[in-house]
Design a protein around this ligand. Structure first.
Ligand code: ATP
Length: 162
């Protein structure tokens, strides 16, 4: 169904209660265009965003800011999650979307190892929505994951604004 992306992201980020002693900061930067509408399955999209935020926090053991942003792209919008964590080695970037694959530096994270399924699910959900997920070169240290999503047309946007 049509979904207002800015509000959706804002709510998800606001609902994310970092523990008071968390070393992390979670920041959502609004897009200048308030009414970005996409067609999406709300539950799946929530799962996708939640997974990306959880990864960003998990692979940033020393804290830092996790920045969530909506950026423009021709015919669509890009959902971006940037962290300042351990990063994904270039050699692993293709394969981390495979089920059960973990990057070579993942074992440096203390605590329970992940199953290596999260990004496979993210890719599946992105593609189901006509989008694509990529690992971009993060500026400096960390990881930048982008999910491009097609936006709904203006008529739909206006219809659900009323
Ligand atoms: P889970 O299935 O519990 O999420 P996981 O985190 O191991 O486990 P994925 O989410 O599929 O699995 O991620 C695959 C691998 O990609 C991880 O094991 C890790 O090596 C790497 N990775 C994913 N996100 C990040 C990130 N934000 N920073 C650094 N490495 C990451």
């Amino acid at each position: 169904q049509p979904l207002k992306l800015t509000e959706f992201c804002q709510t998800l980020v606001a609902e994310w209660h970092l523990s008071p002693d968390s070393l992390h900061r979670l920041v959502f930067t609004k897009h200048k265009e308030q009414s970005i509408v996409i067609y999406a399955d709300t539950a799946l999209l929530k799962q996708m965003v939640t997974q990306l935020i959880a990864n960003a926090l998990r692979y940033s053991p020393d804290g830092g800011t996790v920045q969530i942003e909506l950026c423009d792209q021709q015919n669509g919008i890009v959902f971006c999650v940037q962290d300042q964590g351990i990063g994904i080695p270039v050699a692993d970037r293709e394969r981390v979307f495979e089920r059960f694959y973990r990057a070579s530096n993942a074992s440096s994270i203390p605590g329970n190892p992940g199953a290596g399924l999260g990004l496979a699910v993210v890719k599946w959900i992105a593609e189901l929505h006509g989008g694509a997920v990529k690992i971009a070169n993060a500026a400096g240290q960390g990881t930048l994951i982008t999910v491009s999503l097609p936006i709904a047309n203006k008529t739909t946007a206006l219809a659900i604004d009323e």
